[in-house]
Ligand binder design. Structure first.
Ligand code: HEC
Length: 453
């Protein structure tokens, strides 16, 4: 397989060199002639490029003279040449240009001087030849400049070479593409905002009829639909979303600078003018749009997520926890010493082992809980079901689950949490902390949480 691929590749590249050589370009390796690259726009077989036979063009060429009539007194050899373009077609964006190499070859006789000319190009496409006169056998460069307001489409043109003895032509085509970027995605419609609804309504009832597909901007051919000039802001299906997604049309919704108004002012855009009433209608809509976009987005983005509320609540709680209260209640020792079927809790959970803090060092335990959110969330439960009223409780549910061996803690040592010293002391500390959290003025400190935030 690989060998076959390589062989094909080698054959292909050989074919390329042959094709380039037959274009009459002196050095295929000199670079700088991008138009010679293999190119889908350059169909190989049907182009005049690879055709050194000038007789292919029946309109301008005399019949073949390769078989001289049976004349006992042959005429002297005529001076003749052929011309061809480096490629049959090229593509250029509006505002850009395309380059063709024009090659000439002496077919018979002596090289004469050839005057080149280009015909058949539509308006907005300008040809320049360098040089415009060559000796047969030499090449020239044809550059076609495409003006910024040229329409998209394909133009076929003819390059003529005229020597004192004979004239030959070849033709090629240029496809003009519009190179505007695709429109940015429509901005998210502001949610539940009366101002936005009102702005859209002003567009639909007032502005859309002015710029609709059948009136000014659409006009059947402009700014909407396949192949129409960019920006294509006229849409039958989503008129509002499409038009407002083009900064080229609406700018920043400022009526003093928005192109939808400024472009038409002064009659320089295809001599179009709005009536004063239309200017007012569009201006009023732009004002409404500008206000809606400023007001509606900020109000929706300030609602925090449950995750943010949880982090905030955990942080607040840690800030309200007080070490003196924790020490006085002897919480650390009580939890560490709670006896299970396999020894006290401290036996396995000292210094946060197995994600649970149980140490008889009160300071250590207090710091571990208040600085480490996952450890704090084992001792206390944080419920943010109601984002406006988050709840904190002693995590009795988890302690009971673990100490009674419920799934997934089926192999956990058993103990009695309900009514234990540990539960009672933790509860006392919890009540004190909760009181502090709810007190006004609030005397809690800042969050002590270090990891993770
Ligand atoms: C013999 C060792 C051992 C003892 C003693 C022990 N545990 Fe555990 N504990 C574990 C292990 C291992 C885990 C982790 C996973 C499991 O059991 O599924 C755990 C998990 C836990 C968890 C869950 C932590 C989390 O990530 O949610 C809690 C709460 C817990 N233990 C509390 C206690 C309490 C309270 C005591 C004392 C009554 C105790 N444990 C005694 C070994 C022990």
């Amino acid at each position: 397989m690989t060998l076959r691929k390589e062989l094909l590749a080698a054959l292909a590249s050989t074919a390329m060199v042959v094709a380039i050589a037959s274009c009459g370009v002196p050095d295929p390796h000199s670079g700088g002639t991008p138009s010679l690259k293999p190119n889908s726009n350059n169909p190989p077989a049907t182009t005049p490029t690879n055709d050194p036979d000038p007789t292919m063009n029946p309109t301008t060429n005399p019949p073949p003279d390769t078989t001289p009539p049976p004349d006992t007194n042959p005429a002297p050899v005529a001076n003749d040449f052929s011309i061809s373009t480096s490629q049959a077609s090229a593509t250029a964006a509006v505002g850009g240009s395309a380059t063709f190499m024009i090659s000439s070859v002496v077919v018979s006789g002596n090289p004469e001087s050839i005057v080149l000319s280009v015909s058949g190009l539509p308006a907005k496409l300008t040809a320049s030849l360098n040089p415009a006169t060559i000796a047969a056998g030499q090449n020239a460069t044809l550059t076609i400049a495409v003006s910024a307001d040229a329409p998209a489409g394909t133009a076929t043109f003819t390059v003529k070479g005229a020597s004192p003895s004979v004239e030959h032509s070849t033709s090629a085509s240029l496809t003009v593409t519009t190179n505007m970027p695709p429109p940015p995605p429509p901005p998210p419609p502001p949610m539940n905002c009366a101002l936005a609804d009102q702005a859209k309504m002003l567009f639909t009832t007032g502005v859309q009829p002015i710029v609709s597909p059948t009136t000014m901007c659409g006009n059947g051919i402009c700014h909407g639909g396949q192949g129409s000039p960019q920006p294509q802001f006229i849409s039958m299906t989503r008129p509002y979303e499409t038009l407002t997604s083009y900064a080229l049309v609406v700018g920043t919704f400022d009526k003093n600078t928005a192109p939808i108004l400024t472009k038409i002012a002064g009659g320089t855009h295809f001599a179009m003018v709005y009536t004063p009433a239309q200017v007012t209608t569009i201006g009023t809509w732009l004002d409404a749009e500008k206000t809606a976009r400023a007001m509606c987005t900020t109000t929706t983005s300030t609602i925090p997520t449950p995750g943010q509320v949880l982090d905030l609540t955990v942080g607040k709680w840690s800030g309200c926890m007080e070490q003196t209260t924790f020490d006085q209640n002897g919480v650390a020792t009580a939890v560490a010493g709670l006896v299970s079927t396999q020894g006290p809790c401290i036996r396995c959970h000292e210094q946060g082992a197995y994600d649970m803090e149980a140490s008889d060092d009160s300071t250590r335990t207090f710091n571990a809980l208040t600085q480490n959110a996952p450890l704090l969330k084992v001792w206390f439960a944080f419920d943010v079901t109601n984002l406006n009223a988050p709840k904190v409780t002693v995590n009795d549910a988890l302690f009971i689950k673990v100490t009674t061996g419920q799934p997934p803690f089926i192999e956990h040592p058993l103990a009695t949490w309900q009514g234990s010293q540990a539960q009672t002391k933790l509860k006392a500390f919890f009540t004190a902390t909760q009181a502090k959290m709810n007190a006004t003025p609030n005397t809690c400190g800042a969050s002590k949480i270090i990891s993770p935030p």
